[in-house]
Each structure stands twice: as structure tokens, then as C-alpha cells.
Design a protein around this ligand. Structure first.
Ligand code: IVH
Length: 619
């Protein structure tokens, strides 16, 4: 994303040229600082969605562009320290953190990221550097870059004693109970051929096979649940379950590729490590190759790109590593990645098509998102017919019009992104709506966003709010997805959120496509969901700025809904992670007449708040 250029300031007679220059420089500096802050905030937001919630909103390619822009600005304006210290800047640390419901586990060695490139020239420069730094010869290990979830397994005296996700690289989430349900995770190291070290820590990737992903999503859709965006998110969502029985039903695989730490064992090469891992019972990456020259690297990259689609799991490039472990030791690592490895990624999958229309989609909070409606195109086996244009600024910056030809790209996932556009003739700009397309109500401009202010009566917001209310982090009502929510609103069965809890099987049977069984099942699911923990109820209310973790923090501080409704702003300020501004906003929201009516409506419809337990899944 390019930085916007600063408009030139005209000189006035009262300013000397030097003053004007100083002025301009200060303004540019302020703009750059603002852009850096905005990028950092955006990256943190997307990190949270990706690593903690397993629900990314943008493609990897779009994320990489944000990081690349931030890196460029940080490098060019090195004086601008991050307010939280360098360690807090997204470009300086491994993204992700321990999500609340899991206990934290300290890794035996740092779980770093990989430096990544798409360019052959970077890959050959990397091999060249490795060779020079290793004194003229450097054996390489070439492996597929597995696109899953990175996990550490620890074996003490041959027995699996810990399993954790990467988290922030130092501490991860404890997923031992879940890892134990995977067939490909050895519970004990096979003793037969190789001597087992007293302590062994292994890193690898948890993957969901593509075929299983398609089946899982089909099942979720049939239950009216939100499908996963891609096999990687499905793997992460399946492993990060509070109930290991759910994980056990998901066909996950673990592939080991790195030794993190060992006691009484010091192998000399990665090759020895991989051989030992296989003897102990691990699966290691298929198609691993040992090589020396940079031209082998390119051939390997091309060969894997060719077989990519025929593999039953996702890979998004190759990893080039030094084979010699003492050399790795000598080269060391930055705080982000080891200097002895490089991810050489594939070009993202793309397709070309035409923009047939640009619509504005109303979300739960009333934001109108511009969406390009495309002539359907096959991109790497997935039919793409829509691509988000994010907001009005992005729409203007990309200058996408109806009639244009665009290149849409999927980068290892199915959220498509427009990466190029050719002007069409004729072409017509999107018509920016003056009223909400769903309710014809008034809309407001809020920075780059358009928002329908009819929060309490817009049917599109109501559909999205019902879907949100039924989601896993809220009331978790199986069978109540987006499609069903729309039918409920269209049929006039739900006019306000609490109406969901007045639905019975007889009413549901009147919905189009609802057979007796599905109506009974949904009625039962609604009945079962009535007793709900406070934090889930708060999530369901959709309080602006209050996501799952804040809702949990609020519920941790207030024993009951009544206590929370009586709380003063100062008391809310004590909620960890809720700033003063947010505390006032939450207070105002809770005391809004309409919120009070909404909450009372829920209680009247039979919703009962119960004390927290930790038995439900997190997805
Ligand atoms: S070696 C970073 N080998 O890719 C330390 N990593 O996008 C060395 N990954 O978080 C890791 N396939 O978890 C290595 N064959 C492979 C890999 C691999 C996938 C992961 C790794 C890292 C991520 C970076």
C-alpha cells in the first residue's frame, strides 16, 4: 500500500523559506508517524484475528503488504521509536499470543518465524550469503513449507509431556490434551533403533488434509455454521478447542521438521535429526531434498509449485535451511527469524475476471463494506465471485470501477483480494449510497467508513446480529447461521434479537426449506442455549469494542449482570484491557434506553445467566 503523498504547501510572504521547509518537514513527519501508528494498529488487529481467533479478514498477501510498508517506513524513519518499545512493534516480534482459555507454556527454545520472499533473486542471494558465511561450502536442506499451525512437542524420558502452539514465540498455549488425540503425534518415542534422549523438544506443523477440510466445511454449512476460510484456519481452530473430544473428531496430522532442544544428544546435521525423528515414530516432510547449489533451489521450487495442487495438504512455498547444525548455531537468529533459513514462497494463485457490479454490504455494526461482484472465475480450484474493497478510501485508492478487468488473488486461503486492475471501456464508478441499501435509513461517514445509523431497526444489521448472537463465542446455537437468520427476518419471525428465544418448532417449520427434523433440532438448540454464561451474553449484545477477551475480563470482575448494570464508570475502568474511553463507551451503551430494553427482552424471553464454567469449545 503506497503512502499518500503530502500536498505541497504554498509559501506565504510571512514565512521565510527555511521556516516553510521546517513546517513541511514537520507535517510530513507527522503524517509518517500517523501512518506508522495506523499500520501497527492494523497489523495488531489482523494478528489477533489470525492467531487468536483463527478468523482472518484479509489475505496473506494483503497482510504481507501491510508489514512490508511498515518495515519500509520504519527503516526510512528509524528515529521513530515504537511507544511500547521495539519489542512491542509488530515487525520486531513474532506475532500471536496466548489466548485466554489456554494455560501458557514456556517453549524449550524460541519458536521463531521465518524470513520470507517470493523472489528467486532473494533466494539465490540467501544461498550465496550462507555459502560465504560457512567458509565456501554449505549443504542445504530443501523442504516444502507446510501451511498449517506450528506446534512444539516435548518428550521427557521418551514420553510426551507437553504440547503447545507458537503463541508469542516464547510462550504458547497448552494443547497437550488435544495433541494426544492425533494419531501422528507419538505418545512415546519408539525405542527400537535410536537411543532416546532424556529430554527432546520437536517443532512441526499441524495440518488438516484438504479433503478433510472440504468435508468439515460441508458439515458446518449444513448445520448453518460459519465455514473455515482455509485448511490452516481449520487446523488451528480444531487444535485450539477446549474440549479435546472435538479435536479428536477432526482429522489432523502432525509433521515434524525441527529439533528445538535435546539433552544428551547433539546431532551434527539436520539430516541426522530427520532420520532419528522418523525412527522415533514421527512423520517428517515428504520430498525433502539435500542440495548445495542455488540452481537446485530454483528447480526444487518449480517442481514443488507443479505438484502443489496434487498434494492433499497445503504448502505455500519451500524452506531453504543450512544442513549443518554447528553452522546454524554460529549464524544465530534475529528476534524474529533464524539467519540460517529462508521461506521462498510461491506466487499466490490468481485469476482474471470482470467487475460486474459494486455492492455495499451492511455488517453487524452498520458498516457498509464495498464489495466487487465478479464474473465467477476459478482461482486454484475455488470459484471466486466477490472480492472485498474494504472501505471508501481503499475503493478510491484502487480506483476499481464496474466494467474493469481485475486480477484476483488467493494466497493460500480463500479470501480473495484484487491485486491489479485494467480500466474497462466503458467503466462506471460505484454508486456511493446516500441511504442504507437494506433499510433506506440515514448513513453517516466515519473516516473511510460509511455506517447505517439505524442500529436498532435495520434488517441487514439484525440478520448479522442474529448470526453473531448464535456464534460460538456467544450463545453458540447450532443450526442458526447467516442463511437461517435471513429467513427468520424475512419471514418476520424475528424483529428484535430476543425474539430468537421465543421461536418454537411450529414457527420454525413455516420457514422455507425447514423440514420437521431441522425445525425440531433448531428449536432444541435454542432451548439449550438459554442458560448462558455472562461473558457470552455480553459478546451476544455486540457492545462496540467488546470482543471475547474483554467480555471475559468484564465477567471476571462482575459477579452478575445486575452488578454490571449497577457499576459506575470507575469500576469499569478497572477491567483489564479496557481503556478509559472504552469504559465510558461501554457504560453509555449499557445505560442506553434501548440496551436496557434489549437486555430485559432477553430475560423476559427466558434467557438466564449462569456462572462461568470452562467446558465449552473456543471456536
Ligand atoms: S523450519 C523458524 N521448516 O512456517 C524456525 N518451518 O511462515 C525454522 N514451517 O512458523 C522452522 N514448514 O512453523 C520450517 N519445512 C518447514 C516448515 C516450517 C512450515 C513454518 C514454521 C514457521 C512458518 C513461517
Amino acid at each position: 500500500m503506497p503512502t499518500r503523498t503530502t500536498p505541497r504547501r504554498r509559501r506565504t510572504t510571512t514565512q521565510s523559506p527555511r521556516e516553510t521547509d521546517a513546517h513541511t518537514a514537520a507535517r510530513i513527519a507527522a503524517r509518517i508517524a500517523a501512518r506508522i501508528a495506523a499500520l501497527r494498529a492494523q497489523i495488531r488487529h489482523h494478528d489477533e484475528l489470525y492467531y487468536v481467533r483463527d478468523r482472518p479478514e484479509i489475505s496473506d498477501a494483503a497482510y504481507d503488504r501491510l508489514v512490508a510498508e511498515l518495515r519500509r517506513l520504519e527503516r526510512a524513519h528509524a528515529g521513530r521509536a515504537h511507544p511500547g518499545g521495539a519489542a512491542a512493534a509488530p515487525t520486531q516480534r513474532v506475532a500471536g499470543r496466548v489466548a485466554r482459555p489456554f494455560a501458557a507454556v514456556r517453549h524449550a527454545g524460541a519458536m521463531l518465524s521465518l524470513e520470507a520472499t517470493h523472489r528467486a533473486s532473494d533466494a539465490s542471494a540467501f544461498v550465496h550469503r550462507l555459502t560465504t558465511q560457512s567458509g565456501g561450502v554449505c549443504d542445504l536442506v530443501l523442504e516444502p513449507k507446510l501451511d498449517g499451525l506450528s506446534v512444539e512437542l516435548v518428550y521427557t524420558d521418551g514420553r510426551l509431556t507437553a504440547a503447545s502452539t507458537r503463541g508469542d514465540g516464547t510462550e504458547g498455549e497448552d494443547v497437550l490434551a488435544n495433541a494426544l488425540t492425533l494419531d501422528s503425534v507419538p505418545r512415546t518415542l519408539r525405542a527400537a533403533a535410536a537411543r532416546r534422549p532424556a529430554f527432546l523438544s520437536v517443532r512441526g506443523e499441524v495440518l488438516m488434509p484438504r479433503s478433510a477440510f472440504v468435508r468439515l466445511n460441508r458439515g458446518l454449512a449444513a448445520e448453518g455454521e460459519e465455514p473455515f476460510a482455509n485448511p490452516r484456519n481449520a487446523a488451528a481452530g480444531s487444535l485450539r478447542q477446549l474440549d479435546p473430544r472435538v479435536t479428536a473428531r477432526r482429522p489432523l496430522r502432525f509433521i515434524a521438521y525441527e529439533l528445538l532442544a535435546a539433552r544428551d544428544w547433539s546431532p551434527a546435521t539436520d539430516r541426522q535429526v530427520l532420520v532419528a525423528l522418523r525412527r522415533w515414530g514421527f512423520t517428517t516432510p515428504e520430498r525433502t531434498v539435500f542440495a548445495r547449489a542455488a540452481d537446485r533451489v530454483d528447480r526444487y521450487h518449480r517442481a514443488l509449485a507443479r505438484v502443489r495442487e496434487s498434494l492433499d495438504y497445503e504448502i505455500d512455498g519451500i524452506v531453504i535451511k543450512a544442513n549443518d547444525l554447528p553452522i546454524r548455531e554460529r549464524l544465530g537468529a534475529t528476534s524474529h527469524h533464524p539467519r540460517w533459513a529462508l521461506a521462498y514462497k510461491f506466487e499466490p494463485r490468481a485469476g482474471t475476471t470482470r467487475v460486474e457490479d459494486i455492492a455495499f454490504q451492511v455488517g453487524r455494526t452498520g458498516v457498509l463494506t464495498p464489495v466487487a461482484l465478479l464474473r465467477p472465475v476459478d482461482v486454484g480450484g475455488v470459484t471466486v465471485s466477490r472480492a472485498t474493497l474494504h472501505n471508501l478510501d481503499e475503493l478510491a485508492r484502487r480506483d476499481v470501477c464496474i466494467g474493469d478487468t481485475v486480477r484476483v488473488q488467493r494466497a493460500g486461503d480463500v479470501i480473495p483480494e484484487i491485486v491489479e486492475r485494467r480500466r474497462g471501456t466503458p467503466r462506471r464508478p460505484a454508486r456511493i449510497p446516500a441511504r442504507c441499501p437494506a433499510c433506506r435509513g440515514r448513513i453517516e461517514r466515519d473516516g473511510p467508513y460509511l455506517r447505517c445509523v439505524n442500529r436498532w431497526a435495520c434488517p441487514a444489521q439484525l440478520v448479522a446480529a442474529i448470526r453473531h448472537l448464535a456464534s460460538d463465542d456467544a450463545f453458540s446455537i447450532e443450526g442458526l447461521g447467516g442463511e437461517c437468520a435471513r429467513k427468520l427476518v424475512d419471514a418476520g419471525l424475528v424483529g428484535r434479537l430476543p425474539d430468537v428465544f421465543t421461536l418454537d418448532a411450529r414457527a420454525l417449520r413455516t420457514l422455507p426449506g425447514f423440514a420437521e427434523r431441522s425445525a425440531d433440532n433448531l428449536a432444541r438448540a435454542i432451548g439449550d442455549a438459554r442458560r448462558v454464561e455472562l461473558w457470552r451474553f455480553l459478546v451476544a449484545l455486540g457492545i462496540p469494542g467488546v470482543g471475547k477477551s474483554t467480555a471475559r475480563a468484564v465477567a471476571g470482575l462482575f459477579a452478575s449482570l445486575d452488578a454490571l448494570r449497577r457499576a459506575r464508570v470507575d469500576a469499569l475502568r478497572r477491567v483489564p484491557g479496557l481503556g478509559a474511553v472504552d469504559a465510558s463507551a461501554v457504560h453509555a451503551f449499557l445505560h442506553d434506553r434501548r440496551t436496557t430494553a434489549l437486555v430485559d427482552g432477553f430475560l423476559r424471553a427466558g434467557v438466564a445467566i449462569r456462572r462461568a464454567t470452562a467446558t465449552r469449545g473456543t471456536r
